[in-house]
Design a protein around this ligand. Structure first.
Ligand SMILES: [Mg+2]
Ligand SMILES: [Zn+2]
Length: 173
């Protein structure tokens, strides 16, 4: 199988600016969760070209006490209305040093094993260095979305949105 690993915040849902943070942060409630433009179209396009669509997201806010379990449940219900083939979530905090929090590749490794994914024909679409690093570690093509906060970070490809990234992927099989 070939797959596109897709980051959640800043890619599928818009990031939320908060005082004291230099870059947008994850939505912590359903109300803060604004779906990015073109996501449904991008997921359909990838599916039609034979790609698994796998969400891989760090969600440490519950561990940090900045998001409630109930708010995550509501957000997850919305995610499950999208057509992802699988969803991997790391709920650990940074101090736990788990194997799954990006840039660690644990979520990717689990998906590769479960779905028999050929990483060399697969992609990661993300917006941070963590996404690009995890993708590099497992050996897929890395695509970063153009954001002011990631301009210094290298990736194989740049795109403006998940939809633009999806169009690039299906044009470069
Ligand atoms: Mg992100
Ligand atoms: Zn983890």
């Amino acid at each position: 199988m070939k797959a596109v690993f897709i980051d959640k915040d800043g890619v599928v849902y818009t990031g939320v600016m908060r005082p004291g943070f230099s870059a947008p942060t994850a939505p912590r409630t359903l109300e803060e969760s604004i779906l990015c433009e073109g996501v449904a179209e991008a997921l359909d396009l990838l599916k039609n070209h034979g790609y698994l669509r796998i969400l891989v997201t760090n969600q440490p806010d519950i561990a940090y006490g900045t998001m409630t379990q109930e708010n995550w449940r509501l957000i997850r219900e919305e995610i499950d209305k999208l057509s992802f083939d699988d969803v991997y979530v790391c709920f650990h905090g940074r101090k736990e040093k788990c194997r799954c929090m990006k840039p660690e590749p644990g979520m990717f490794e689990d998906a590769v094993r479960k779905w028999d994914i050929d990483v060399s024909s697969s992609f990661i679409v993300g917006d941070t260095e963590n996404d690009a690093e995890a993708g590099k570690t497992i050996g897929c093509t890395t695509i970063l979305l153009d954001r002011t906060y990631n301009s210094g970070i290298s990736s194989d490809v740049r795109a403006k949105s998940l939809l633009e990234a999806a169009k690039w992927i299906v044009g470069h099989p």
